[in-house]
Design a protein around this ligand. Structure first.
Ligand code: MG
Length: 194
């Protein structure tokens, strides 16, 4: 039986990129790195810049990002519903193995799609379309909105509210306040499709 696919974003949905980044940079810079703004952009949030090239090549950094508390519960809940869970993430292919390590074997490397560092919301949406996913959860509503613009995609689209000020979320974007509300919302969508 072919299982229907669900795609999840990694950072901010399954992995605690933010806390890991803050600690990593504090260690590197040798000073505390307070949150300066509730911005989604790292440079604005922490008032630092010029770190990205080094970070992108740092396999130890990417391998070590811890799981968010509900990551396992979310993946198991979706698998229990009969879905095949994929990760679509805007990092370079060279860190795919590191991403699989940080996901602690919950998602095999073959089901992790790296959209590249410079991926636009449209790039991510195209990957979802090619995979034929029926559900997608991301912590950036721009990604969700673009996924929704694709033609003929039967997709329950949800944005997971993070802690940051991300501006007004368009009404087309489905919002869950907690990742564990995603399987519930998905189930409701699937009943409507049936
Ligand atoms: Mg994210």
């Amino acid at each position: 039986m072919i299982r229907r696919k669900i795609a999840l974003d990694a950072d901010g949905v399954l992995l605690d990129f933010d806390r890991h980044f803050q600690r990593h940079m504090e260690y590197k810079l040798g000073r505390k790195l307070p949150v300066l703004a509730d911005s989604f952009q790292l440079s604005a949030r922490y008032g630092i810049d010029g770190f990205w090239n080094d970070l992108a090549q740092d396999a130890v950094f990417w391998s070590g990002i811890p799981l968010l508390p509900d990551a396992k519960n979310l993946i198991y809940a979706l698998e229990d519903m009969g879905f095949e869970v994929w990760v679509v993430t805007a990092i370079g292919e060279e860190q795919r193995k590191s991403r699989a390590i940080s996901l602690s074997g919950l998602i095999p490397a073959g089901r992790i799609v790296c959209a590249d560092w410079t991926a636009t919301p449209q790039d991510k949406a195209n990957i979802l379309h090619d995979l034929g996913t029926v559900g997608f959860l991301d912590d950036q509503w721009e990604h969700v909105l673009h996924a929704g613009m694709l033609p003929k995609m039967l997709c329950a689209r949800y944005y997971c509210c993070g802690r940051y000020d991300v501006g007004e979320v368009p009404v087309e974007v489905g919002v869950v306040d907690d990742v564990m509300d995603f399987p519930v919302a998905l189930e409701a969508s699937m009943r409507r499709w049936a």
